[in-house]
Design a protein around this ligand. Structure first.
Ligand SMILES: [Mg+2]
Length: 123
């Protein structure tokens, strides 16, 4: 099975072969990643069903395509900054495993609706 290393190389070659590397500053790639995440969220905006009805023709494909855009820009950002995304993901999974051991309940601070009214900012 080919992993993120392979995809990171493919994305780098795609960018390099088109002469786009000069446009791929970490700042601009991070912005592009966020824009693509916004396009993904747009598919969920004003949806009558939450999540959107995956049985509707094209909905699943549209979500997959926007998710792929996010992943591609994550790989571009790794190339622009100079780190290996596969190693970063694996390191983060190990960190999360230590932070959230099996059987542990999620922190109440992070659950929706668990904030007291006084914790919300006013104005
Ligand atoms: Mg897109």
């Amino acid at each position: 099975m080919r992993g993120l290393d392979h995809l990171q190389d493919r994305v780098a070659e795609f960018v390099r072969s088109r002469g786009w590397a000069r446009y791929h500053t970490p700042r601009d790639v991070a912005i592009a990643l966020s824009v693509e995440a916004g396009e993904l969220l747009e598919l969920f905006q004003w949806s009558e069903t939450v999540p959107p009805d995956l049985r509707r023709r094209g909905v699943r494909a549209a979500i997959a395509e926007e998710t792929a855009d996010v992943a591609i820009y994550a790989l571009c950002l790794a190339n622009a900054v100079g780190f290996n995304l596969e190693e970063a993901v694996l390191a983060k999974l190990r960190k999360n495993a230590r932070r959230y051991p099996r059987g542990a309940r999620p922190s109440r601070r992070r659950l929706p609706g668990s904030r007291r009214p006084s914790q919300y900012r006013r104005g």
